[in-house]
Ligand binder design. Structure first.
Ligand SMILES: NC(=O)c1ccc[n+]([C@@H]2O[C@H](COP(=O)([O-])OP(=O)(O)OC[C@H]3O[C@@H](n4cnc5c(N)ncnc54)[C@H](OP(=O)(O)O)[C@@H]3O)[C@@H](O)[C@H]2O)c1
Length: 294
């Protein structure tokens, strides 16, 4: 039978992700229970940002008052927290759901809680949370993994937030998270790299940003409308190898990461975007020496 009551959710780790998810759930009528951070001050500030919940500057048995516990701490803390929570609650964990929000890690981190009968899982929103307000959650993929009861609760949370639940195998999580890392933080790395290069050619940071944003937006719009292959432009797409060689020479005066990344990205473009990758890669070999670093 479908459950209609709204459970209370406790938040362990209320930083960028914990605050945003709790705030959105609260806005949709969910009860927020204990909100745990590492100091009384951050816990109070988290409760203010969420608009509900009870602040705790250290782990507390009060989290056991909630039916669902969301762990949104840095990845490296989750295993220890699971051990501490398991010790604090013992058999009281039976029937409760514990989810963490790590993208790369799976439910095995929560094994100490599972041993006491908690339904454990992971729920990762494929979105970037900057800590400034709540990002768009409508239509966002919430990648879910874990035990059936935990997956069921995670789907319920995802749908309540307007997200799209996606099931993923445990083994696929690191590769899945690497994909997200290409799409968001590394995208930013590329934009900042372009900005720095423009600034050395005489642009102010402001002008560089203003110049790059229309280019980036149009590229994404083309990708959305026509797909990656048709949106692909530039010297590697055209096979303008002398231009690629000029780029390489221009980047020689920058720290080596610039030319290495340029060469790696040119090859990756050939691999994932060109209709004949092997042929394009051979052409690129003539103008871009392969790095001897791994
Ligand atoms: N940021 C993103 O874009 C994003 C997106 C999807 C998923 N995630 C995942 O979400 C999780 C949290 O990331 P985040 O960016 O929100 O991290 P964050 O902003 O650094 O927040 C971490 C929170 O955990 C608390 N914390 C740290 N150690 C703790 C401990 N031992 N006990 C209790 N609380 C502890 C911190 O307390 P204080 O407030 O006292 O410092 C803070 O409230 C990670 O697993 C991350 O992989 C992040």
């Amino acid at each position: 039978m479908r459950r209609t009551t709204t459970p209370t959710i406790a938040i362990v780790g209320a930083g960028r992700v914990g605050r945003a998810l709790a705030r959105s759930l609260r806005a949709r009528g969910w009860n927020i229970g204990a909100v745990v951070t590492r100091s009384a001050a951050t816990a109070r500030s988290a409760v203010r940002a969420i608009g509900g919940g009870h602040p705790h500057g250290a782990l507390t048995r009060r989290v056991l008052e909630a039916g669902v516990v969301l762990i949104a701490t840095p990845d490296d803390c989750i295993r220890d927290l699971a051990i501490q929570l398991a010790r604090a609650g013992g058999e009281e964990w039976r029937g409760k759901v514990v989810l963490h929000t790590s993208g790369a890690l799976d439910d095995r981190l929560l094994a100490p809680l599972a041993r006491f009968g908690a339904a454990t899982g992971a729920m990762h929103p494929l979105q970037t949370f900057s800590g400034r307000g709540v990002p768009l959650l409508e239509g966002v993929a919430f990648v879910i993994q874990g035990r059936e009861r935990a997956r069921q609760e995670a789907r319920r949370i995802a749908r309540a937030l307007g997200g799209a639940p996606v099931a993923l195998r445990r083994e696929a999580k690191p590769a899945y998270h690497a994909a997200g890392t290409f799409a968001a933080p590394y995208l930013l790395t590329l934009v900042e790299t372009a900005t720095r290069i423009l600034m050395r050619t005489g642009f102010s940071r402001r002008r560089a940003r203003a110049a790059l944003l229309p280019l980036i937006r149009q590229t994404l719009a083309n990708y959305e409308r026509f797909g990656a292959r048709k949106a692909w432009t530039g010297p590697v797409a055209r096979g303008d190898l002398s231009t690629v060689a000029r780029h390489r020479a221009a980047l020689a005066e920058w720290p080596e990461e610039f030319s290495q990344s340029y060469a790696a990205l040119a090859r990756l473009s050939a691999r994932v975007l060109d209709a004949h990758p092997e042929r394009k890669l051979k052409q690129l070999d003539r103008v871009l020496p392969k790095s001897n670093k791994s």
